[in-house]
Design a binder for this molecule. Structure first.
Ligand SMILES: N[C@@H](CCC(=O)N[C@@H](CS)C(=O)NCC(=O)O)C(=O)O
Length: 209
């Protein structure tokens, strides 16, 4: 399998999941602006929308869109438990969480990464949008559960973690959401997340305690 990624972007969720599963994969760093990949490929031929993640499976199929890529990966090793079995209410809860992260939390960060400097009003509005979605993550965790769906880590946690980690880059402190802050630290400490962050250059190996 090959994952097309951009350091620290949402594609890091799939990178974390590949590490969690311990299956063999290659990475191809992608410049979404030029459409070139590190290995010299034309990314727009692989994924005409031009954004990461994109996954080429061992059969040569191309999968895009975070919720689809993440669930495809989880389903390659069902015993790892990164997605509940299809047809169960628990799987519907996973869809619910993945769709929330994708269409609400992730999308709320869009204005910060639009490439245009936000004026104070636009920044305030964008921050309020992010804060409202983090409130919902805090509600998920209100009963003391370790992860979004309960006490087991799932692909939704990989995705939520990557997106919540962007608060650092946009100047929003997670201090106002203690459960979310603890959750982000918990996922960040997982060896699979540490390995992905080191590989993508987000943290130095020496920073790993
Ligand atoms: N709907 C897409 C969104 C993916 C997305 O927003 N990717 C960003 C990185 S987090 C990207 O590649 N942006 C560059 C671009 O849009 O050109 C998905 O869920 O996979």
């Amino acid at each position: 399998m090959k994952l097309f990624y951009k350091p620290g972007a949402c594609s890091m969720a799939s990178h974390i999941v590949l590490n969690e599963l311990g299956i063999s994969f290659n990475l191809d760093k992608t410049d979404t602006e030029t459409g070139k990949t590190e290995s010299g490929g034309n990314f727009r031929k692989i994924s005409p929308n031009g954004y990461v993640p994109a996954l080429i499976t061992d059969n040569g199929d191309i999968i895009t869109e975070n919720p689809a890529v993440l669930q495809y990966l989880a389903d390659q090793a069902p015993d790892a438990g990164l997605a509940p079995p299809n047809g169960t209410l628990a799987r519907t809860r996973l869809h619910e969480a993945l769709n929330f992260v994708s269409s609400e939390l992730h999308t709320a960060f869009g204005p910060f990464f639009s490439g245009t400097e936000l004026d104070p009003d636009a920044k305030k509005k964008a921050e309020a949008g992010v804060r409202r979605r983090i409130d919902h993550i805090e509600r998920y965790l209100a009963d003391g559960r370790a992860y979004l769906l309960g006490d087991s880590f799932t692909v939704a946690d990989a995705y939520a973690f990557v997106v919540l980690n962007w608060t650092k880059f946009v100047g929003i402190s997670l201090g106002a959401w203690p459960k979310t802050q603890g959750y982000v630290a918990r996922v960040a400490a997982r060896p699979a997340a540490v390995k992905a962050m080191v590989t993508e250059g987000l943290i130095e190996q020496e920073q790993v305690a």
